[in-house]
Design a protein around this ligand. Structure first.
Ligand code: NAD
Length: 292
């Protein structure tokens, strides 16, 4: 069984970015890339994710700024985004999700300049991704999964990939990316979701299963074909008296039993998570080149 170690691959991607930036910045480049993260809640998980992103930026030589705000209405956030869109010193804008319930998510995502949309959530980038346009900003988690599979030479072409979960940030874009007529793609994709009635049967037919749900032990060994590849995107915090913090992070997959059956599997943590951050850095570099 091969462990698809996202930390190793993310470190390699980060080192490449770091090298590229030190080369660029020793030349005529007047400033490093700049990412601004908008944080609209004091939710500890969101704070934690933003901290990790800021830290990763720092490691590779990307400057970053976190704007923490508490918008009373959508308009406030839209005005802030307008000012960041106009600011020539800002390359990438990241809106940390979830937003407060009273804020209109779709208006906010549509307000970000598509050339600064490092999350790849603006409809223009979603449309370009749908068309297979390489100029699009691709969403970080599905892009990270694709890069991880490529690194470990897992070719999805001609394979049946079952994606469990159809969110706009993971399941749907991943399905769209893997079914493209392009190198590293050409998969036959099935997308399952909460209304799918025969999940076990569908998963058993998969060469590759990607689970992006957020339910521990959703994917059990009796749902997985021997020799399949399993990518676990789920992250859930569960109580664990054996850890110092009193909790641990788990994925959607019953890792212990499933890892006995598969040819390759991602761990949680240390699988898709680090890849997501590495792809954010890559997208920020891409936005930087668009603005110089
Ligand atoms: P979401 O809540 O937006 O979507 C969950 C999806 O799961 C929905 O499409 C729903 O239909 C489906 N679902 C729910 N119950 C199901 C069931 N019993 N059977 C089949 N499908 C079911 O979630 P999301 O934002 O896509 O995130 C999913 C998980 O991935 C979460 O645990 C999240 O924390 C994690 N995540 C991890 C990363 C990372 O970088 N590792 C990035 C994004 C999300």
């Amino acid at each position: 069984m091969k462990l698809l170690d996202g930390k190793i691959v993310a470190d390699l991607v980060q080192k490449e970015i770091q090298k590229e930036l030190s080369r660029e910045l020793s030349g005529m480049q007047p400033r490093p890339p700049c990412l601004v993260a908008l944080l609209t809640t004091d939710d500890p998980a969101s704070l934690h994710y933003v901290k990790r992103k800021v830290h990763a930026c720092h490691e590779v030589g990307i400057t970053s700024r976190v704007i923490q705000c508490n918008p009373k209405e959508t308009k406030e956030l839209l005005e802030l985004i307008d000012s960041l869109n106009e600011d020539v010193s800002v390359d990438g804008i990241l809106i940390q999700l979830p937003l407060p319930l009273h804020v209109n998510l779709s208006q906010v995502l549509q307000r970000v300049d598509p050339r600064k949309d490092v999350d790849g959530f603006h409809p223009i980038n979603v449309g370009k991704m749908f068309l297979g346009d390489p100029d699009a900003f691709y969403p970080c988690t599905p892009l990270g999964i694709k890069v991880l599979l490529e690194y470990y030479k897992i070719d999805v072409s001609t394979k049946h990939v079952v994606i469990v979960g159809r969110s706009n940030i993971v399941g749907k874009p991943l399905a769209c990316m893997l079914m493209q007529n392009a190198p590293g793609c050409n998969a036959t994709v099935t997308v399952a979701h909460r209304h799918t009635t025969n999940l076990q049967e569908i998963c058993l037919a998969a060469d590759v299963i990607v689970s992006a749900v957020g339910k521990p032990n959703l994917i059990t060994a009796d749902m997985v074909k021997p020799g399949a590849v399993v990518v676990d995107v789920g992250i859930t915090k569960v109580a664990d008296a054996n850890t110092k913090s009193g909790f641990k992070l788990v994925g959607d997959v019953d890792y212990r039993a499933v890892s006995q059956k598969v040819s390759a599997i991602t761990p949680v943590p240390g699988g898709v998570g680090p890849m997501t951050i590495a792809m954010l850095l890559k997208n920020t570099l891409k936005s930087f080149y668009l603005h110089r």
